[in-house]
Design a protein around this ligand. Structure first.
Ligand SMILES: *[C@@H]1O[C@H](CO)[C@@H](O)[C@H](O)[C@H]1NC(C)=O
Ligand SMILES: *[C@@H]1O[C@H](CO)[C@@H](O)[C@H](O)[C@H]1NC(C)=O
Ligand SMILES: *[C@@H]1O[C@H](CO)[C@@H](O)[C@H](O)[C@H]1NC(C)=O
Ligand SMILES: *[C@@H]1O[C@H](CO)[C@@H](O)[C@H](O)[C@H]1NC(C)=O
Ligand SMILES: *[C@@H]1O[C@H](CO)[C@@H](O)[C@H](O)[C@H]1NC(C)=O
Ligand SMILES: CC(=O)N[C@H]1CO[C@H](CO)[C@@H](O)[C@@H]1O
Length: 768
C-alpha cells in the first residue's frame, strides 16, 4: 500500500517541487509502518522510488533522515539509500498506550533544498501479558451479603494496545461467585465479582479464587491473581445445647459442691458471638439446690438434698452468646434414696409386770417404720433367741411381743429385752429399744429345809432352855410368799413327852432343850419340825430333827463280883500247890456310862503280901504271881481299884479275901464276917470253907449266867421284847465288852433292861 502511494506521488513530484519548497512540510506525509521489535537494519522503504528521484540523486543531493529530538530510529543505507531501521523499536516505550503509534520524520535533500514529510508507524505485537498489580488480593465479605452484590476488583494491566490489550477476566470455578468484565470510561477493562450464592462463615470461613486476565493476542496471553475472600461473621447462630433434655441421678447424701452433670452448648459463630455463658433459667423451687458455672456449664450441688423431701428436680438452663442470642435445655435430676433414716419403733402398749405361771401373755404392742423407700424402707424386727418371748407380726407394721409359755419368777424374775429393728438397706441401719419385763410372784414354792434330817447332839445334864441347834427353811417365792414360820409337829410316838423336851422359835427355827437330859434315861429322840410360808394358800414342808444325848461320865464303875454289900462275903480258896499264874478269881464290874466312860481298868491297890498276887488291868483277873510256900500266911486281903476312862475318871474299890489251903478236903469254914475274920488271925478251916463257897458260888454264877443268856435269847427271839434278868438293876444299856471290856469270852453277859418299852425306840442306835 505504501508502495502504491509512493508510485502515485512520484508523478506529482516534479510538479510540486517548488510548491513543496515554499511550504516546506505542508505536503501530505508519506507513511511507513514497521512491526515493533523488528531487528535493526530492517528494510523500511525505497526512498528513491517513493520520492520519484533519479537513481543516485539521493546520494548526490546528500539525503538525510531527520527525527524530532535526538533519537535516530531510521537510517539511510549508504549505498542504496534505502530507509532502514536504525534500532529495535518498542512500541510501548515509544507511544505507551497511544494507538496508532506514529513517529513523524523528514527527509532532507540539498541542491536544491527540499523537505519531505514522512511518518513511521510502529505496529503492535502481543509481546506483553496482562499483569495484576499484586500477586494476591484480599477481600472481606460479610456472610450476611445478599446474592447479586457486586465487588469491583483491581484490574490487570496489559501494555499492548489494541486487540493485544486486555480483553476479559475469568475466575476459577466456584459455587459462590462469577466475574464480569467491565469497561471503564477510559476503555480499560476491570473485573467485577458477582455474588451468586450467599456465603456462610460457619460453613466456609475463607475462599480462595484465581482471577485470570486474558488479552486478545494470538495466541492470547494471560495473567492471574489469587483472590482470598474472608467471610465476615455475623451473630447468625444461637447457642445450641448438645441435648435438649439432660437426665441424671444423684444420691441424696452427695456432698456439697459435688459435680452433678456438665451441660454444653455450641455456638457456631466466632468471637464474642460464639462465646457462650450458662445460667439457670427457670427452676421449680426458689430454694433449688443447684448452681451452674457460667463458663464451664458444670452443675454442682449448693445445698444438701433430701430424698424424703423432693424426689426429683426439673431445671431449665439457658446459654447466651455475646450477641444476646440464647438457647435452652432442660435438666431432670432424680434424687436417689440413700439409707439415711434409721427405723423407728413406736410403743403402743406395754405391760412391764406379768404374773408367772400363765401361758402366753401379750407384753407389748408396737409399730415400726422407716422414712426411706424401697429396700431401705423394709424392716425386720427381732429379739434375742434365748428369751422366752416371741415376736408376732400383726397388721401393717405392728408387732406384738408375747410370752412363749409360762414364766417362772424363781428362775428369772426380770428380763431385759432388746427389740432390734433393722432395715434392709446398705449399710443396714438399726434401732434398739430396751424394755424390762418383771415377773410377779405367785406362791408356787413351798419352804424347803436345808436338810431333810438334822442331827443335833446334846450333852446330858445340860442346863434347861439350852439352844441346841437351828433348822432353817427357805422359800424361793418373794414377799409374804417367802416368809417362813417354824413349828413342832406332833411326834409319831405318842408317849414321847415332846412338849417338855424341846421348843422351837417360830421365826428363826432355833431349837431349845427345855429340861436337863439324862443319857442313861434317854439317849436320843426324834422331832418333826414344819415350815410354812404366809402365802395364800400357804405351803409348807417338814423335816426330821434327831436329837442325840451325849454321854457324860456321871456313873462310877459298879462291881458285880464279888458283891460288896456284905450279904455274901466271899473268900477265894487257893491251894498251896497252885502254880504261878493260878487264876484266883476275877473281878467283874460294869459302868452305867458308855464309850470311854465305860472302859474299865483294874489295879491292885493294896495287898497283905505284896508280890504274891497280881491283877490283870484289862480283865480284872486275879492270879498268883509265884509259887506258894509254907511260909506264906493263910489269909490274904487284896484291895482292887476299878476305874473308868472318863474325864474325870470315876472309880470303885473292891476287897478280896484269899485263903491259902493245902487241899480242897479241908472243911469249909464259913467266914462270919470279913472284918471279923480279918481281925481274928484267920483260922485255916475258915479259909477252906470260904474257898469252897467261893468256887461253888463261881460255878453257880456261871451256870446262872449261862441259863440266863439262853433264856434271854430264846424269849427275845420269840417275843421281840426284852428279857428279865434278876440281877442288874442299874440304869443301863447294852454293854459291849468284847474288845477291851471287863469280861472274857467265857463270861459274856447280855443284860437287858427289864420291860420292853424302850427297845423299838432305840433300834436306830445300834451302830453307835
Ligand atoms: C465495551 O467495549 C466493547 C468494545 O470496545 C464493546 O463491544 C462492549 O459492548 C462494551 N461493553 C460494555 C458493557 O459497554
Ligand atoms: C452415701 O451413702 C453411700 C451408701 O450409704 C456411701 O457408700 C457413701 O459413701 C455416702 N456418700 C457420702 C458422700 O457420704
Ligand atoms: C437389766 O438391766 C438393768 C439395767 O441395765 C440391770 O441392772 C439388770 O441387771 C438387767 N437384768 C438382767 C436380767 O440382765
Ligand atoms: C439396750 O441394751 C443393750 C444391751 O442389753 C445395750 O447395749 C444398749 O446400749 C441398750 N440400748 C439402749 C437404748 O439403752
Ligand atoms: C447286896 O446287894 C445285892 C445286889 O445289889 C442285893 O440283891 C442284896 O440284897 C444285898 N444284900 C444286903 C445284905 O444288902
Ligand atoms: C534497491 C532498489 O530496488 N532500488 C530501486 C529503486 O527505484 C529505482 C527507480 O524506480 C530503481 O532504479 C532502483 O533499482
Amino acid at each position: 500500500m505504501a508502495q502504491t502511494k509512493v508510485h502515485r506521488k512520484k508523478r506529482q513530484v516534479a510538479i510540486l517541487i517548488i510548491w513543496m519548497l515554499l511550504w516546506e512540510a505542508g505536503s501530505e506525509p508519506i507513511q511507513y509502518s514497521v512491526l515493533e521489535e523488528s531487528e535493526s537494519g530492517t528494510f523500511v522503504a525505497n526512498l528513491t522510488k517513493d520520492l520519484g528521484l533519479r537513481k543516485g540523486e539521493m546520494a548526490a543531493r546528500g539525503a538525510q533522515v531527520v527525527f524530532k529530538g535526538n533519537r535516530q530510529c531510521l537510517q539511510l543505507d549508504p549505498q542504496t539509500y534505502d530507509l532502514l531501521l536504525n534500532e529495535k523499536l518498542d512500541r510501548e516505550e515509544l507511544c505507551g498506550s497511544t494507538e496508532p503509534c506514529v513517529l513523524p520524520f523528514q527527509v532532507l535533500l540539498e541542491n536544491p533544498l527540499q523537505f519531505f514529510q514522512a511518518a513511521l508507524r510502529v505496529r503492535d505485537i502481543n509481546d506483553h501479558a496482562p499483569e495484576f498489580p499484586a500477586r494476591e488480593m484480599l477481600l472481606k465479605i460479610s456472610e450476611i451479603t445478599t446474592p447479586g452484590k457486586l465487588f469491583p476488583l483491581k484490574m490487570a494491566q496489559d501494555l499492548d494496545a489494541g486487540s493485544n490489550s486486555l480483553q476479559s477476566y475469568t475466575i476459577s470455578s466456584n459455587p459462590h461467585f462469577h466475574v464480569l468484565t467491565r469497561n471503564r470510561s477510559d476503555g480499560r477493562k476491570f473485573p467485577e465479582l458477582v455474588l451468586d450464592k450467599a456465603l456462610d462463615r460457619e460453613e466456609q470461613p475463607e475462599l480462595r479464587l484465581t482471577l485470570t486476565a486474558l488479552d486478545g493476542g494470538s495466541p492470547p496471553r494471560s495473567g492471574t491473581v489469587e483472590i482470598q475472600i474472608l467471610v465476615l461473621d455475623i451473630n447468625d447462630n444461637a447457642p445450641e445445647f448438645a441435648q435438649e433434655l439432660y437426665e441424671t441421678q444423684i444420691p441424696e447424701n452427695s456432698s456439697l459442691g459435688s459435680l452433678i452433670i456438665t451441660v454444653s452448648a455450641r455456638d457456631l459463630d466466632a468471637g464474642p458471638f460464639g462465646e457462650v455463658s450458662y445460667a439457670l433459667f427457670q427452676v421449680d423451687d426458689v430454694n433449688q439446690p443447684f448452681e451452674i458455672h457460667a463458663i464451664t456449664g458444670e452443675i454442682r450441688l449448693r445445698k444438701t438434698l433430701d430424698f424424703e423431701e423432693f424426689q426429683s428436680y426439673h431445671v431449665d438452663i439457658e446459654a447466651t452468646d455475646g450477641g444476646g442470642l440464647s438457647g435452652k435445655c432442660s435438666l431432670v435430676i432424680k434424687v436417689l434414696d440413700v439409707n439415711d433414716n434409721t427405723p423407728q419403733l413406736t410403743m403402743s402398749s406395754f405391760t412391764s409386770a406379768i404374773p408367772e405361771n400363765l401361758p402366753e401373755i401379750i407384753v407389748a404392742v408396737f409399730s415400726v417404720s422407716d422414712a426411706d423407700s424401697g429396700q431401705n424402707q423394709q424392716v425386720i424386727c427381732s429379739i434375742d433367741d434365748n428369751l422366752p418371748f416371741l415376736l408376732r407380726p400383726s397388721v401393717e407394721n405392728f408387732y406384738t411381743l408375747v410370752t412363749n409359755g409360762a414364766l417362772d419368777r424363781e428362775s428369772q424374775a426380770e428380763y431385759n429385752i432388746t427389740i432390734t429393728v433393722s432395715d434392709l438397706g446398705t449399710p443396714r441401719l438399726k434401732t434398739q429399744h430396751n424394755i424390762t419385763v418383771t415377773v410377779s410372784d405367785v406362791n408356787d414354792n413351798a419352804p424347803a429345809f436345808s436338810q431333810t434330817t438334822y442331827t443335833l447332839r446334846v450333852r446330858e445334864n445340860n442346863s434347861p432352855a439350852l439352844h441346841i441347834g437351828t433348822v432353817s427353811a427357805t422359800d424361793r417365792d418373794a414377799g409374804a410368799n417367802a416368809q417362813v414360820t417354824y413349828s413342832l409337829l406332833p411326834p409319831r410316838d405318842p408317849h414321847l413327852p415332846l412338849a417338855s423336851l424341846v421348843s422351837i422359835n417360830a421365826d428363826n427355827g432355833q431349837l431349845f432343850a427345855l429340861r436337863s437330859l439324862d443319857y442313861e434315861a434317854l439317849q436320843a429322840f426324834e422331832v418333826r419340825v414344819g415350815a410354812a410360808d404366809r402365802g395364800s394358800p400357804a405351803l409348807s414342808s417338814q423335816a426330821l430333827v434327831r436329837v442325840l444325848v451325849l454321854d457324860d461320865n456321871d456313873n462310877a464303875p459298879f462291881v458285880l463280883y464279888p458283891l460288896q454289900n456284905g450279904s455274901a462275903p466271899c473268900t477265894e480258896l487257893v491251894p498251896r500247890a497252885a502254880e504261878a499264874g493260878y487264876l484266883v478269881t476275877k473281878v467283874v464290874a460294869v459302868d452305867g456310862d458308855s464309850g470311854q466312860n465305860a472302859w474299865l481298868s483294874f489295879q491292885l491297890l493294896k495287898a497283905t503280901e505284896p508280890g504274891l498276887f497280881g491283877v490283870w488291868a484289862h480283865n480284872g483277873e486275879v492270879r498268883t504271881a509265884r509259887l506258894l510256900s509254907e511260909r506264906d500266911a493263910v489269909r490274904h486281903r487284896l484291895l482292887v481299884l476299878v476305874k473308868d476312862n472318863g474325864e474325870p475318871p470315876l472309880s470303885a474299890s473292891v476287897t478280896l479275901h484269899v485263903l491259902l489251903v493245902d487241899g480242897f478236903s479241908q472243911p469249909y469254914l464259913p467266914l462270919p464276917d470279913v472284918a471279923a475274920a480279918e481281925a481274928r488271925a484267920d483260922p485255916l478251916t475258915v479259909y477252906l470253907v470260904i474257898a469252897l463257897a467261893s468256887v461253888s458260888s463261881l460255878f453257880l454264877c456261871s451256870a446262872l449266867a449261862f441259863v440266863a443268856v439262853r433264856l434271854c435269847r430264846r424269849s427275845g427271839a420269840a417275843s421281840g421284847g426284852g428279857c428279865a434278868v434278876p440281877e442288874g438293876h442299874f440304869p443301863g444299856h447294852l454293854v459291849d465288852v468284847s474288845g477291851a471290856g471287863t469280861l472274857s469270852q467265857g463270861y459274856q453277859y447280855e443284860v437287858c433292861l427289864a420291860g420292853g418299852t424302850g427297845t423299838s425306840e432305840f433300834k436306830f442306835l445300834k451302830p453307835i
